[in-house]
Write a protein that binds this ligand. Structure first.
Ligand SMILES: [Zn+2]
Length: 311
């Protein structure tokens, strides 16, 4: 009998396991909005690699069942694409696995305020969060050899956040992008870099993947790279004109016409993105930090209510 209280999760957001190619799976959670992230699984010849874990205890218990279906002996390796709770809170639900991440992701997990998500998303039942930090770290690239496949975990530069990793399986042409790419969902780079995002996208484009597993949203093609690039350019243009006109990030975001991006989920992320882009384009800021409490207040002002997660 399943240990999972399946009835407690809505059918629309229930994790789905999808096979993309022999030995390569995605675990997708619709609709990809706040906290509803995707995971990946690569298995062959008795070796298994999980890409990221999920946000809540219930979802991580379901994820564990899905992993054990394909890796009945237990999981060998778990690679985190970055340190955000919706990608690491379930790490400790795989105690048999070796956790691997970029060095800065490990440091961020060790510094993590595990209660922050529960204060932000007050309607979510997190249960037991287990953000175990990595025991193996890399700065540029790590390769895991899985049967006839190579899982290449690489750091393309700061974009979504410091330490953001993408994983590519060249033998199956599958890219697990973490939150560097989201499908029909607004990217966020308030904790990363707007200017840095563009060369990162260029590196992902060169891989020419057949399948992209975005950090949130449906499995898609490489055209998501072009969509993301247009959004980052859009934000940089808004930020440049906002700076020239001496406006605040909130004013710029409130007056923005979202155009082709209007239907993307979580469009309130425009506020943080403008904060980051204005900060980078403004020569007066030096290497100072963004005022994150002010950014969150402005995000909620833009939205008219607190941010909400369906997780
Ligand atoms: Zn995420």
């Amino acid at each position: 009998m399943s240990v999972v209280d399946a009835d407690a999760l809505s059918a629309e957001t229930y994790p789905r396991k999808q096979m993309l190619a022999p030995g390569v799976f995605a675990i997708v959670q619709d609709d990809g909005s706040w906290g509803l992230s995707n995971a990946g699984l690569i298995c062959a010849d008795g070796v298994s690699v999980l890409v990221d874990t999920l946000f809540t205890e219930r979802r991580n218990r379901i994820l564990r069942e899905m992993v054990l279906e394909s890796a009945p002996g237990g999981l060998n390796f778990l690679v985190n694409t970055h340190h955000h709770g919706d990608h690491v809170y379930g790490n400790g639900w795989f105690p048999e696995a070796t956790v691997i991440s970029h060095t800065s992701t490990r440091e961020a997990v060790l510094r993590m305020d595990a209660g922050a998500s529960a204060r932000r998303f007050t309607t979510v039942d997190f249960g037991d969060s287990r953000p175990t930090a990595a025991t193996i770290t890399y700065e540029t690239c790590a390769r895991i050899h899985v049967g006839d496949m190579t899982v290449e975990a690489f750091f393309p530069g700061v974009a979504h956040c410091a330490g953001n990793t993408a994983l590519f399986v060249p033998e199956r042409s599958v890219l697990f992008a973490g939150d560097l790419l989201l499908k029909d969902c607004t990217p966020t780079f308030v904790g990363g870099s707007a200017l840095g995002f563009l060369p990162v996208l260029e590196q992902l484009r060169k891989l020419d993947p057949e399948f992209v597993v975005p950090g949130h949203g449906a499995i898609c093609s490489a055209s998501v790279i072009d969509e993301t690039e247009r959004y980052v350019q859009f934000i940089l243009e808004l930020a440049a004109s906002g700076l020239a006109e001496g406006r605040t990030p909130l004013q710029v975001a409130q007056d923005a016409q979202l155009g082709e991006f209007a239907d993307w989920l979580d469009s309130e992320r425009i506020v943080g993105n403008i904060y980051r882009a204005m900060h980078e384009l403004d020569e007066r800021t030096g290497h100072g930090r963004i005022d994150m409490p002010a950014m969150w207040r402005d995000t909620e002002a833009w939205l008219g209510h607190p941010v909400h997660s369906r997780a």
